[in-house]
Write a protein that binds this ligand. Sequence first.
Ligand code: ZN
Length: 95
Amino acid sequence: MNTCLVCGHQRAEGAVKCPQCGSFYSKIAELIAEQEALEEMQTFRGRYKKILNSGDIKQALLDELKSAKAELTPQGKFALFVIFVFVFALIVSVL
Ligand SMILES: [Zn+2]
């Protein structure tokens, strides 16, 4: 990335701060990455990605169940239900 994320001003090599608007490049990139990671975590797609990308799918599912239980919101309960369906589908496909 060689332009400022805030104002689009050309970014100088090795610069940490935009001369145009005064924004810190690394901080902005960090914040955006953090926000994207947070948003993805909150989506079911992100949850599945996390589970499927983990080396131990069984453990990841258990962790997911634990966190879904702890949430105890309608969304959490729904996630729990979806995960159970997912596990059930896995078992059925094996049998
Ligand atoms: Zn700028």
